[in-house]
Structure formats: C-alpha cells, structure tokens
Design a protein around this ligand. Structure first.
Ligand code: DMJ
Length: 446
C-alpha cells in the first residue's frame, strides 16, 4: 500500500516514482471487479498520502500520464469523487510546466515534478530526444482533463505538441522511434510498429473517435488511414501462411526481420476499433485490405506467438522464421503483457463472425498463465514474470516486479473477454467508452 511496485517472488515492494503507482493503475480494475474494500483502502491512502510533490527525481512523463493520469481520470468518471480529479489536476499542472521546455511544445521523455520544475530542468541535462509513442500519447488524457475541469489549457498544450509531431511525419507516413524535439524532426530509418512507436498510431484513431469525429480532428483520421496503408505496404509479409508486421530499415528491404514484439499486437484491436467506426471497409469488409480481415489474420498470428512452445506463453520478441513461431533467443521472457489478450478482447466484441473463437483462445492462454506463471509455493493466483520460456515449463523461473500494467490491462482484458454480454452492454461498453493505451477508459464524447 503506497509503494509503486510489488515483487511477488520476494514479497517486497519498491518505488519508481514514489506515488503508489500500482494503486493508481489498478483503481478501475478494482471497481470493475467489485473489490470494494481494496478500492476504499486505496482511496483512503490517496486522500491521506498521495502527493505528486513527493517525486524528487527525473521521471518518465509518458508512464506517468498513461498510468497515473489515465487511472485517476477513469476513477473520477466512474465514481464522481473529486479526490481523483483534484489529484489528476495536481499532476497535470506540474507536467504542463515541462511542455514549453523544447520548441516542439512536447514534454521531454524524463521530467522533473514537484517544486521549481523549470529551474531544475535548466540546471540538469534533459534529453531533447523522445519517441513518437511518448510524445504522441497524451492527447486522450489531457483533453479529458480539459473536458472534466472546463479549463482548455490541457487540451491546448497537448494539441500543440501533437501538431509538431504530425507535421514532422515523413511523406512515407511511417515514423521512426526517435523524435528530436529541438528541431521537431524524426531521426534514423528503423521502421517498426512495436516499442517507442506503437501508441502513436493507436492514439490517432482513438482520439478521432472519442472526441466526436469532429472536422477539427479529421487530420488524425487521415494520418491514421495513411499510416495503416503504409505499414501494410512496407512492413507486412505472409510468413508460413501467417500475416505479420515485421521490422526493417527504410529503403533496405533486405534488412527485413520476420519478427514481432509482443507490443506490436496492439494493432489488431486498433484496426477493429477503426472498422467499428466505419474505417477500412467497416465491420463487414472482406476485401484483402479491409481492416477487419487484416485484424483477424493478425490476431491469429499474435495468438500463435503463445503456442510455439510447450509453456504456452509468448516472449518479448517472436521470430516467425521457424515453421512454428518461437521467442527469439534472449527474448524468451514473459512479463504478463496485455497486447495479445487485448487483441482477443476487441475481436471477441467487434468481429461479427467471432463466435466462441477468441474466448477459446483466451481460455487456452489463461490456463497456461495459471500453470506456468504461477509462483511455486505461493498462494494460488500469485503470478509473476516468467523467464527461460525456451527451457520448458520444468525449467522456467520467476522474478522481478509485477508491472502495474498487469493489473491495469492484462487482467482487465481477460475479465472482459470472458464477459458474455455484447459490446454495447456491460462495463466499458465499446460504443460508449474508449480505452487509453493503458486500458483506462473514458466516456466517448458526443
Ligand atoms: C503498457 O504500459 C501500455 O500498454 C503501453 O502502451 C505499452 N506497454 C505496456 C504494456 O505492455
């Protein structure tokens, strides 16, 4: 209680930001699953002890926004408890001070919080290089804050950053993992859709939808559609009958790597949301380039990333070169990340031909998680990061922290996947709510 992260193997806790991060990231999961006592204890802790002035080191602006701001915004929308709005404002007001530190209007990757933010940033080196995922993911949370407070300053700041980022996107419509905020340009020529890039693409379409598909946001939709076309034209291949989105250096097709990050599996769900809102051929599109058809094939590929080894867990990076996809050497770790079950959840709710298919995949995954990620000798359900997947379930070992996204996302998506109600009913019904990249949902504006 009050520590950032929990190590379930050692039974110890540690701090990263010193803000009780796991609590903030778990609030809506607690409410969703009706853990009333745990929610009340969390609220009490926040009311008495949560202060963003306690952060006294450089911290990741991206992780703070998606986990803490995202978590508190959703808690406020679910409970109308002003505690969460006030705390979210406290954090965002501090973060706002870092938006003007570079010409781009985007906050640095690492920021100071608390007192004298500008002074401390000037006295200490702050990198001006960030990633499109980090600079391009705040719009949902900050526009939500403007909506909830009636103060436009959060939306104005984040929209300015987003414009710099989008104006810098090369004519290829593909972004590289490095965005230099001094001259607002993308550096390098590595192309991928995984870490550092992923949620930039994801948030384009989500923001277009959540704020009412307004004319002012048309640029987000157009950028999304062009990027999706470019991603499939450049990085998609069929390998042993599986559709994958690999990686390569721009202009060097021979450098293509037939592999996918676990993180890259955010894409099927994002395509399905686009289709639900009429893009890419809509829900019933069956053309080769239609979003639902592509989402279906990618979901199969993502699920196959969990099936290649007897352990039934996907690694951080999966190679599709072998007949059966397997984790790459040195990448056979499973952090209980959400992206594959996230894809199953969206497809189950959105694909008109879903039947029981995605639930069955989810059941198989859940069974293996319970079997292999369960810490030996600990109480039932005590799950942890699992190492040495290639060694087989007899030789895996557990360790490290339980990332807060396991509680915010992975368990939430499993829980909602197994909810039998259609997508227009039940908690976080998809026609009324939109998730941020950490699975914290906000109400879709009219
Ligand atoms: C989460 O914090 C978010 O989903 C983020 O967009 C990417 N990485 C993790 C989960 O894998």
């Amino acid at each position: 209680m009050g520590k950032d992260e929990f190590n379930p193997v050692k039974g110890t806790c540690s701090d990263w930001f010193n803000i009780g991060l796991t609590i903030l990231d778990s609030l809506d999961t607690l409410i969703l699953m009706d853990f009333r006592d745990e929610y009340e204890a969390s609220r009490l802790w926040a009311a008495n002890s949560l202060s963003f002035y306690n952060i006294n080191d450089k911290v990741s602006s991206f992780e703070l926004v998606i986990r803490a701001t995202g978590g508190m915004n959703t808690a406020y929308q679910l409970t109308s408890d002003s505690l969460w709005l006030n705390k979210s404002v406290e954090l965002a007001d501090m973060l706002l001070e870092s938006f003007n530190l570079t010409n781009s209007g985007c906050p640095p990757q690492d920021v100071y919080l608390g007192h004298d933010i500008k002074g401390r940033s000037k006295r200490n080196f702050i990198s001006t290089v960030t990633s499109p995922a980090e600079a391009g993911t705040f719009q949902l949370e900050f526009r939500t804050l403007s909506q909830m407070t009636g103060d436009p300053k959060y939306a104005v700041a984040v929209d300015r950053c987003m414009s710099s980022l989008m104006n810098a996107v090369p004519t290829s419509h593909l972004v590289t993992p490095q965005f230099d905020m001094t001259d607002a340009t993308f550096h390098g020529n590595r192309l991928c859709i995984g870490g550092s890039v992923d949620s930039y693409y994801e948030m384009l379409v989500k923001n277009w939808i959540v704020w009412g598909k307004s004319v002012a946001d048309n640029g987000l939709r157009v950028a999304f559609e062009k990027s999706i076309t470019a991603i499939f034209d450049t990085l998609a291949r069929t390998v042993h009958d599986k559709l994958i989105i690999g990686e390569m250096y721009e202009g060097h097709p021979n450098s293509f790597l037939a592999q996918m990050d676990h993180l890259a599996c955010f894409l099927p769900g994002t395509l399905a949301i686009g289709a639900l809102h009429g893009l890419g051929g809509g829900l019933y599109g069956t053309g080769e380039n239609d979003y639902m058809r592509r989402a279906r094939r990618l979901t199969e590929s993502c699920f196959s990333m969990t099936r290649g080894l007897e352990v039934g867990l996907a690694g951080e990076i999966t190679s599709f070169l072998p007949l059966v996809p397997v984790p790459k050497e040195g990448q056979d770790i499973n952090f209980l990340r959400p992206e594959i079950v996230e894809a199953l959840y969206y497809m189950d709710k959105i694909d008109p031909w879903a039947g029981d298919k995605y639930k069955a995949m989810g059941r198989a995954m859940w069974k293996d998680i319970r079997r292999v990620a369960q810490i030996e000798g600990k109480e039932d359900g005590m799950l942890a990061t699992t190492f040495n997947l290639r060694g087989g379930s007899k030789n895996v070992f557990h360790g490290g922290k339980l990332h807060s996204f396991v509680l915010a996302e992975t368990l939430k998506y499993f829980f909602l996947l197994f909810d039998e109600r259609p997508r227009s009913e039940g908690p976080f019904a998809l026609d009324k709510w939109m998730y941020n990249t950490e699975a914290h949902a906000v109400r879709i504006a009219k």
